[in-house]
Design a protein around this ligand. Structure first.
Ligand SMILES: [Zn+2]
Length: 318
């Protein structure tokens, strides 16, 4: 009963926020969005092979593209960012974190709508053909009958560990082969696949560190090594070095921004929920706000809320 009331209250709140966006919205801004896996359909999500995260299907991604194109937004690439955005423009930067092979499924949509997207790669997983740890945990605990909430609690606990500790613990608990992919849905790109994917017209590549640590839990030296190792790997794999970095889990602190600047990154993306108003301020470039879209709610409702200029969103203090 309390659960039902909570859902009702949340729906009412969202409808109010959506309605309010019609009063004041679409101030010139860059809206950045975060995706992870792309599922063919709901059926594939329900197989529980990986953590469904935001439950994004191909249909939902199509809705997302159509919604923002119809609203007059232009989808941009990191190159557009570098050459400078019009101060009066409205832009969307669509990003995918981690480097899932299933991301290749979005290519026909990028081509159909002529919209670029930026894919942030965790290079160690690509080089080692290793699953992402949160998926291993989700798969194994699902098999044991655990529900979403229970799994989230355990994942939260794992986040306190370093990447190496996480892998050790998973192998100890679920067997030495626990990190091995079981199908095309739960694996990262192979190096060859990534090279061919990166060569596609609408595909852009970014840095997501080499091992996906929570950077604000690391010393400045480790943060530097993680971002640098990823750059090195991408130079080796793709003959390029990205100008944009995505901080794993959106976690960052003052050192992260300093290290990213020192390493020469032009832009950094977080998961701070806010619009990036134009013109971009210099000290915002390495901490761009980014929205997360959910497959469980209509794109229209979420899009209307994100376009609103009434929501008071403040810059995270670091
Ligand atoms: Zn990530």
């Amino acid at each position: 009963m309390i659960g039902e009331w909570y859902i009702l209250l949340k729906t009412v709140k969202n409808r109010l926020r959506q309605g309010a966006s019609f009063i004041k919205r679409d101030k010139p801004a860059l809206l950045t969005f975060l995706f992870h896996s792309i599922f063919r359909n709901e059926e594939e999500i329900s197989l529980n092979r990986i953590d469904p995260q935001q439950r994004i299907t191909l249909d939902l991604y199509r809705d997302f593209l159509e919604y923002f194109l119809e609203a007059g937004y232009q989808f941009i690439s990191p190159d557009d960012l570098s050459s400078g955005l019009e101060p009066s423009g409205r832009y969307v930067l669509s990003t995918f974190d981690d480097g899932y092979y299933n991301n290749h499924r979005v290519l026909p949509l990028l081509e159909e709508y002529r919209t670029p997207a930026l894919f942030f790669i965790t290079t160690h997983n690509v080089l080692a053909n290793q699953c992402f740890w949160w998926d291993v945990l989700y798969r194994e605990l699902s098999l044991k009958g655990a529900g979403r909430r229970e799994i989230s609690a355990v994942q939260k606990d794992y986040k306190k560990l370093s990447p190496a500790q996480i892998v050790n613990r998973l192998k100890n608990e679920f067997g030495q082969k626990a990190m091995n992919p079981t199908s095309d849905i739960d694996r990262p790109f192979t190096p060859d696949e990534l090279a061919s994917f990166a060569g596609e017209k609408y595909v852009y590549i970014g840095n997501h560190t080499s091992h996906h640590p929570l950077l604000d839990h690391c010393s400045a030296a480790v943060q530097r090594e993680q971002m640098l190792a990823c750059q090195r790997d991408l130079r080796h794999l793709l003959k390029m070095e990205p100008a944009v970095v995505s901080y794993p889990n959106g976690n960052y602190n003052r050192q992260t921004l300093r290290v990213a600047r020192e390493l020469g990154f032009a832009y950094g993306v977080t998961v701070d929920k806010r619009k990036n108003y134009l013109p971009l301020r210099d000290d915002d470039r390495l901490a761009l706000g980014r929205y997360v879209l959910w497959g469980t709610k209509p794109v229209t409702m979420q899009g209307d809320i994100f376009r609103s200029d009434l929501t008071l969103s403040s810059r995270k203090k670091v």
